[in-house]
Design a protein around this ligand. Structure first.
Ligand SMILES: [Fe+2]
Ligand SMILES: [Fe+2]
Length: 223
């Protein structure tokens, strides 16, 4: 399949406007722009590879389409039970079943956290996961993580419950392990350093000012 839509089919333009509308309520840093950034990262990683570029692009743009409903429905936004609504968006936009199937297969597996699982997936799925993870790193990733913590009422630091600080230490600092493509590994390096730097600065401030001020200070970044 060609790497580019040339020109973009009308159904693709309809899909983008539906995604934009669907993701508008998102307050967690997983909105429409995250989809576009994931697509861009995926295109860079996938350049020159003999894979299904069109399905990868569509999956990248639509992979978090169910995020805004996760809390209300109790359904995870990935996995087979959660992608029915995303399928509907594709159908309503004019895509055929055969075009949608490989896209949904990618979306269904996009949130894995084990290396063994990652290396067992298709090349398209690996690239989608890498692209998604790249947008969780760097200053944009930090800001998205703060938005997520704020939306779910997490504290920046807490000894009693899961906090933004814990999440970044346990999740973000481990993300660099989940890259298999040489291009993604290179792209992740400076972004990973930014996350590390942010956490080092937080640690320093903890020492200097104590933990009480933290929610206010960090959440001020969102204003
Ligand atoms: Fe996701
Ligand atoms: Fe995502």
């Amino acid at each position: 399949m060609s790497e580019r839509f040339n020109p973009p089919p009308q159904k693709y333009c309809i899909l983008l406007s539906k995604l934009e509308e669907t993701l508008r309520p998102d307050q967690t840093g997983h909105g429409f722009i995250h989809g576009l950034r994931t697509r861009r990262f995926a295109e860079i990683i996938a350049e020159g590879e003999n894979i299904d570029h069109i399905s990868l692009r569509l999956a990248a743009e639509a992979h978090d389409a169910q995020r805004p409903f996760e809390k209300a429905t109790g359904l995870s936004h990935y996995g087979h039970q959660a992608i029915d609504r995303t399928r509907e968006l594709f159908f309503q936009s004019g895509f055929k079943k055969a075009e949608i199937l490989p896209v949904l297969e990618l979306i269904a597996v996009h949130d894995i956290t084990s290396w063994e699982k990652l290396i067992s997936l298709s090349r398209e799925a690996q690239i989608l996961i890498e692209a998604d993870n790249l947008d969780a790193l760097g200053y944009v990733g930090i800001r998205r993580t703060i938005a997520y913590a704020k939306a779910f009422g997490q504290k920046v630091y807490s000894e009693d419950s899961r906090s933004l600080y814990d999440h970044m230490k346990q999740y973000h600092l481990n993300l660099a392990k989940f890259f298999v493509s040489p291009r993604a590994i290179e792209m992740a390096k400076p972004l990973d350093k930014e996350v590390q730097h942010f956490l080092d600065e937080l640690d320093k401030e903890y020492e200097e000012t104590g933990k009480a001020d933290y929610d206010m200070k960090v959440f001020d970044l969102l204003k």
